[in-house]
Design a protein around this ligand. Structure first.
Ligand code: NAP
Length: 267
């Protein structure tokens, strides 16, 4: 007879450190798990799983919308879905909700907490890149050097404000250098406060523009900005489905166990 681990088949929608951590925890329990990545990062870091009998696999690339995802769930006998995409992923959380409904399987979200301002922070919170640029133009036309850490795929938004000099840090190098007035740096998180402090000093950074991604890996820039007395323009998160959210992989494991007891996961 199949044991509990054999009857579960969990699809984790990843692209975050929380997703990687979750699949490692599931592998330890020998629960069948598929990690799905969108394929945006050229050399994605896959979770290192050195458990010989772990039932882990991964796939890369979109599913083809809600129906594609529902078809994948059906075709691969998925018993539960965990959406652990990035806090700024706008589409997948909603697709996951609909696909889980169509498929009649439980769904859980992992969403890391937002960064919260501390004493000494000078944050300007905005809803979009457009608003971030507007803030620069109206409140800080005299500023010059902007540290832009919004991700490779969103840099182009700043082409409408070429009067500033941008220090742009991305994981993969930027092929279409649409901002000519810029220094392009590639580096992979985590970053230390010392690293960020040096960057601010070396490039005489006047302001940082960042998304409120949350998490430890890229938080050091906020501490360095606080120390250096420079402002941070912080882009707030897009809306999320009103559904069950947890903040960490460990909490997700507890929820998955609850789901197993409630749904049975036997197919
Ligand atoms: P998105 O708007 O939610 O997704 C756009 C499309 O990409 C989805 O409709 C889906 O294509 C595909 N997709 C997204 N996540 C996927 C996954 N885990 N597995 C397979 N396909 C996926 O997200 P995005 O902003 O384009 O980001 C793409 C991925 O990069 C996400 O997985 C996210 O976690 C990660 N990421 C995003 C950011 C960010 O700031 N946006 C930062 C770091 C990492 P189909 O409709 O064809 O299924």
């Amino acid at each position: 007879m199949a044991n509990v681990a054999d009857t579960q088949n969990i699809l984790v929608l990843g692209g975050t450190s929380e997703a990687s951590e979750l699949v490692k925890l599931l592998a330890r329990q020998r629960i069948k798990t598929i990690l799905s990545l969108a394929g945006r990062t050229r050399n994605p870091v896959l979770p290192g799983i050195d458990i010989p009998d772990a039932n882990f696999s991964y796939r890369i690339g979109g599913f083809g919308g809600i129906t594609g995802l529902a078809g994948y769930i059906r075709g691969n006998h998925i018993t539960a879905l965990v959406c652990a995409t990035h806090p700024f992923a706008r589409t997948m959380p909603f697709n996951a909700l609909e696909a889980a409904k169509i498929s009649g399987i439980p769904l859980l979200y992992i969403l890391r907490p937002e960064w919260k301002a501390r004493a000494g922070d000078n944050w300007i919170e905005v809803a979009s890149h457009k608003e971030a640029i507007q803030q620069l133009i109206t409140n800080a036309p005299q500023l010059k050097n902007i540290f832009l850490t919004v991700g490779r795929l969103e840099i182009a938004e700043y082409a409408t404000a070429p009067q500033y000099f941008y220090i742009i840090r991305t994981i993969d190098d930027v092929k279409d250098k649409l901002l000519p007035n810029a220094l392009y740096i590639t580096d992979r998180p985590p970053f230390t406060v010392e690293n960020e402090r040096n960057l601010i000093r070396e490039h005489k950074i006047d302001v940082i523009i960042s998304k409120n991604s949350g998490g430890c890996a890229t938080e050091a820039k906020l501490a360095a900005a606080r120390e250096s007395g420079i402002p941070v323009i912080l882009i707030n998160r897009p809306p999320r489905p009103a559904a069950l959210h947890v903040a960490t992989a460990a909490e997700a494991i507890a929820c998955i166990e609850n789901m197993r007891q409630n749904y049975g996961f036997n197919r």
